[in-house]
Design a protein around this ligand. Structure first.
Ligand code: PXP
Length: 239
């Protein structure tokens, strides 16, 4: 059964719109836990546009679920990761001008940097996942860097699904083949980005995945049905 990681960055985004204290991502983290989420994801960006250092500290202290910290390859964020000791660190590309994480990490092109960060994190017992496109060169680079897992960027699948069944099938086949290769190389396979209540079912029935990391769709649905129900509904769809 696949696991559900809930990304609570979007709760922080709403709070930062007013630079106030509500809604609190730590509160959201507790609700996700009660609703059946399997892990929590936070992305501490260099520009601190949503998640703040305090959120990471508080969630690390109070949440019982495994914590997945998304992080760009900067010295500052790497040292925060080494101090806060998340259960998993997912290395992502990060550009200040982007709205969200657009595209996967160039693991093949940045192999030396990625291997060094992976070694430092893994040396402290933190599992390392690389957020990459489902492409052979990046999968092979992840194995070379001795990452524990890969997270395939499902943005292209999500866009294809909006266009209809044909394009979505092609993307599903691409993800399935990439997942097989990654597993052959000893990597755990996670997926995320743009997954929602409409497109998740086809993915679940086609590809075997360890964990889905989902943020935007769950927090959006929570506006109308509440966070607990939004998480529980997604959990049912992937279970
Ligand atoms: N996984 C990673 C690595 C991400 O960067 C994001 C976006 O923050 C997600 C999953 C979740 O994407 P979405 O908010 O579209 O569900």
């Amino acid at each position: 059964m696949a696991k559900l990681g809930v990304n609570v960055d979007h709760v922080a985004t709403l709070r930062q719109a007013r630079r106030t204290y509500e809604p609190d991502p730590a509160h959201a983290a507790a609700v996700c836990e009660f609703a059946g989420a399997d892990s929590l994801t936070l992305h501490l960006r260099e520009d601190r546009r949503h998640v703040q250092d305090r959120d990471l500290r508080l969630i690390r202290e109070t949440a019982h679920l495994p914590l997945n910290l998304e992080m760009g390859l900067s010295h500052e964020i790497l040292s925060i990761a080494l101090q806060s000791m998340p259960d998993q660190a997912t290395i992502v590309p990060e550009r200040r001008e982007e709205v969200t994480t657009e595209g996967g990490l160039d693991a093949a092109g940045r192999l030396v940097e990625v291997s060094e960060a992976t070694g430092r994190l893994a040396g402290r017992g933190i599992r390392v996942s690389l957020f990459i496109e489902a492409e052979e060169r990046h999968i092979r680079a992840a194995a070379q860097a001795r990452a524990h897992a890969v997270e395939f960027h499902t943005g292209a699948y999500s866009l294809a699904h909006q266009r209809g069944a044909g394009p979505a099938v092609e993307e599903l086949e691409r993800l399935a083949a990439a997942a097989t290769l990654a597993r052959e190389l000893g990597l755990v396979v996670n997926m995320g980005h743009g997954l929602n209540y409409r497109n998740i079912t086809d993915l679940v029935s086609t590809v075997s995945v360890n964990e889905y990391n989902i943020g935007h769709a769950i927090i959006s649905r929570a506006l109308f049905v509440g966070l607990e129900r939004a998480v529980a509904e997604m959990k049912r769809l992937i279970g």
